[in-house]
Design a protein around this ligand. Structure first.
Ligand code: CP
Length: 319
């Protein structure tokens, strides 16, 4: 069966998930992103690749990094960008997601960048566009429920490749609330596709998916054991907004067991990098001395996010 993200020529039509995305397309996105990082150094930070294209940012859930960097990326590619303010849009009057999309299609949209609390919302939009014959309109998933956050996964891969080079020699640990994390799912899919031989998840049983080991990872419930000699530490935020019931004792207890402190980080390789998708809860999943320390690449991730999103959008709709 054809990958629903690819068109009949095997090119990227939508970016909905990193699960099943061919390795060559993943690498191509990272390669295309590399020269885009230099656009930020120019006096005129503009390329004409999306001139005349209309991109709609549809964020039905809060965001700082993703929404802003998508907007910057689209503007650097000379696109016209519309940020739908969902709280003041007709969504608040009961308009359905697909009716909103139909109306924006009537305004000659070329691309929708979608964040939604419900897993599957971007896929639903992509299927709807196909059913309506809008094969020329692209959808980018900017994070849906617990399902996927593909551009976050890609910018994380870009950051790792920039700092560490070869994926096939790395030990990578993903720490914390994997259960509720779309970021972790996208990271695991990409790291496996790129051939990371030692992929670990570390966290309490209540915050790891059932049978998580079937995702091709090694599972650790002892953070000190799990961090030993890793090259990359990827911390996750506690996704309190997605938790049903008490899965944790207290934030202080969580920090004691699963918070990344300088003392725990010392168990990783001396040149290990520390990543976090943001927003961070300092003193809950990460100590400030680590978040602001020499091994942290957390703000680099944000900066690379612009180039990676430029790469994705130009691959989808570039002139
Ligand atoms: N990493 C991330 O998705 O951050 P935002 O929620 O601020 O977009």
């Amino acid at each position: 069966m054809r990958n629903p993200q690819l068109n009949k020529h095997g090119e990227l039509q939508h970016l909905l998930t990193l699960d099943g995305l061919p390795r060559e397309i993943l690498i191509k996105i990272l390669d295309i992103a590399a020269p885009f990082t230099e656009v930020a150094e120019r006096e005129v930070k503009k390329l004409p690749l999306l001139r005349g294209k209309s991109i709609f940012n549809l964020f039905f859930e809060n965001s700082t990094r993703t929404r802003t960097t998508f907007e910057i990326a689209a503007k650097r590619l000379s696109a016209d960008v519309v940020n739908l303010n969902v709280s003041t849009s007709s969504t608040a009057k009961g308009e359905s997601l697909l009716d909103t999309v139909d109306n924006l299609c009537a305004m000659q949209a070329d691309m929708f960048v979608v964040r939604h609390a419900s897993s599957g919302a971007p896929v639903l939009i992509a299927q709807h566009l196909q059913a309506c014959g809008h094969d020329d309109i692209h959808v980018v998933n900017a994070g849906d429920g617990r399902h996927a956050h593909p551009t976050q996964g890609l910018l994380d891969m870009y950051t790792i490749r920039h700092c560490k080079g070869d994926f096939t020699r790395l030990s990578v640990a993903i720490v914390g609330d994997v259960l509720h994390s779309r970021v972790a799912r996208s990271q695991i899919a990409a790291l496996k596709t790129l051939g990371v031989p030692d992929l670990r998840v570390i966290g309490p049983k209540t915050l790891l998916p059932t049978a998580v080991e079937h995702m091709g990872v090694r599972v650790f419930h002892d953070m000190r054991e799990g961090l030993r000699d890793v090259d990359v530490v990827m911390m996750l935020r506690l996704q309190n907004e997605r938790m049903n019931g008490a899965l944790l004792p207290t934030a202080q207890e969580y920090y004691k067991m699963w918070g990344l402190t300088a003392e725990k980080l010392a168990l990783a390789r001396p040149d290990a990098i520390v990543m976090h998708p943001g927003p961070m809860n300092r003193g809950v999943e990460i100590d400030s001395s680590v978040a602001d320390g020499a091994q942290a690449v957390i703000l680099k991730q944000v900066t690379y996010g612009i180039a990676v999103r430029m790469a994705v959008m130009s691959m989808l709709a570039g002139n």
